[in-house]
Design a protein around this ligand. Structure first.
Ligand SMILES: [Zn+2]
Length: 239
């Protein structure tokens, strides 16, 4: 049930069937020269849409902004702080809890380290605060089986690379504007680079040339199944 289309009465009746809310998280983030800034949001919205057709849970509209670190200086990235992200999560879960929801699946299409730790930290604090709440907070890539990554011919494929490009091709070939160059970030870790574009000019991590619509189709199927399994698990989870 996509809650943006429900009336208040439909929401109330829905609570008799489920107490679970799935909230997708995306970003506005540079994804090479070939993918849209909303790539992470587009991908996760599609996965939760499919899951909402397979099981009776509430699905919230996406949080379109996320915390971006390595792409922070690339054109088009509009990042929020980890603190803002924690507060958004805290507000959504607290108010959802007041409205009768008890299980929250906070699933991100963006796998950034600071972003996902902020999600997990908020979930830990809320679990201490709200009696009877059950929360899962993670990036979709964290719950995929190993065969998902085997779909890529490129080793070490990630941001705007073979698989993300394949997923966007699967959504619509018109969203993909050519292909960015094969690239891997060369950030001087653990030193924090002030000029990140110098070490990662193209904002690609992997080889977009190896992307195909059929790989994207298969990966969406795996993502759908993985998220569906998790939603079913959390619905049965005793706390
Ligand atoms: Zn992405």
């Amino acid at each position: 049930m996509l809650i943006k289309g429900l009336t208040m009465e439909e929401f109330e009746r829905g609570l008799e069937k489920t107490r679970t809310l799935v909230v997708p998280f995306g970003t506005v983030e540079a994804h090479g020269v070939h993918l849209p800034l909303g790539t992470d949001t587009l991908i996760i919205q599609e996965v939760v849409r499919r899951v909402s057709e397979r099981t009776t849970v509430f699905v919230a509209p996406p949080v379109h902004y996320g915390q971006c670190t390595s792409t922070a200086q690339h054109p088009g990235t509009i990042s929020i702080s980890a603190e803002t992200l924690r507060r958004i999560i805290t507000d959504i879960v607290r108010d959802g809890f007041r409205k009768g929801l008890r299980r929250f699946v906070l699933v991100s299409g963006h796998g950034g380290g600071i972003h996902t730790s902020a999600m997990r930290e908020a979930a830990e604090l809320l679990t201490e605060e709200l009696k009877g709440v059950v929360i899962a907070a993670f990036a979709i890539y964290d719950i995929l089986p190993p065969e998902a990554m085997d779909l890529a011919d490129t080793k070490n494929d990630s941001h705007a690379g073979e698989l993300e490009t394949s997923l966007i091709l699967s959504l619509s070939e018109e969203l993909v504007k050519g292909r960015g160059r094969e690239e891997y970030p060369d950030l001087p870790k653990p030193i924090v680079a002030a000029d990140k574009r110098r070490y990662w000019p193209g904002a690609v991590w992997g080889n977009p040339a190896k992307a195909s619509k059929s790989k994207g189709d298969r990966l969406f199927d795996i993502m759908e199944k993985s998220l569906l399994d998790l939603v079913r698990r959390i619905e049965e989870f005793g706390g």
